[in-house]
Design a protein around this ligand. Sequence first.
Ligand code: HEC
Length: 309
Amino acid sequence: MRVLASVLVLTCTALLCCAQSFASPTCPEEQEAKQRPPEDPSQCDALELVVRSPRSLPLNDYETALNEYVGLNCHRRLEKGWKVDKRVRDTGPSIGTYQAGTWTGKYFGTHQPVLVWYSPEMYAWLKANRPADGTLPTTPEPVPDGAMIIKEMYTAPAAACAGIDWERLKPTKNGIAAMIRDRLGAYDGWFWASIGWTGWKADWPTAPGNPLPFSGFGQYCLNCHASAADNHTFSALKNINRRTARLSEPELLPRSVLAEQAPRHRPSSREECGAGRRAALRSSFHQALLEPQRSPAAQSGGRNAVGDL
Ligand code: HEC
């Protein structure tokens, strides 16, 4: 009887631990509920007719429709042919510095760490015009109208949210940068948008002081995107296809920096349960923190190391 009681207590403790819900200490965008599109496709289908054509509505109405579309996760419809990057990845180096016994981290990405989604036309264009074997056509086709690239952005560095399935992530803090193709809208052929964070509001008509708009045709985004090889996009199949080699992902150092900055480490419900917990143990924070302290180089002063490149 006593054995049975102990088993029950243990089971209940385990269930309670797994029922708790909070974001992991390093990834504030981790969600308890699955972030999938609605079961009934009609809402996304109706919005999609609008969002594929940025010229179809006045700017504030269009921005609002696009924000609603991504808020409902309509761009995550894999069953409709949407494709997604292999994982959340950095868009530049993340440098960890160990000095006087303390780690600090600095992120140098062009965007926050990204998880990019590609509409079926965009993916078809990539396969035809930027094939994985590197045989580029001499004149790339223009990206077709209605193609969409939806870039979710997460806490830096990418290691902060590493290992969490996209279904449990929502870019509530940094939002989404999106490109929607509409060749008659502007000379460069894209509508540029910055949307999707908690508290987002349409920025048209402009606020007093005339700040930089979040979204529109011919946006400042082109300062950088104009330097892409063609069609103003840096998209590449190697970020999407699971068959191509994984990029190297040295994530211990950035994670250890983050662990040091998070004073009360409360493992998330996912870390506590099953695979998440095993993965967390494998890449133990403590191991990463102790290694540099043991190294003589680390004790003789400051030490730089490059994390995700
Ligand atoms: C400081 C330069 C810079 C600015 C400004 C910039 N981008 Fe980017 N963007 C990049 C680079 C570089 C990449 C590729 C990142 C990677 O994959 O590592 C990128 C990637 C993207 C992608 C994924 C598709 C692609 O082309 O790789 C989208 C979507 C995007 N940016 C949207 C925007 C929008 C919308 C804005 C303006 C609100 C913007 N960007 C401003 C540099 C910039």
